[in-house]
Write a new protein. Sequence first.
Length: 60
Amino acid sequence: MGVEHRLTNHKSPQTNGIMKRVNGRISDVLKTHHFDNREDLEQTLLRYAHQYNHRGHNQH
């Protein structure tokens, strides 16, 4: 699948901050959107993950 496995430094403040932002954005989506069914939720999360992975981390 072309996935590159990378490790981060243990307890890295920069990495922790990035993940807190990502989790916060996902949390905001879950709080502010109504999902008609499970598939709707899954598709929304998949679109978000695709955009995050392909547009870069600072463009959201």
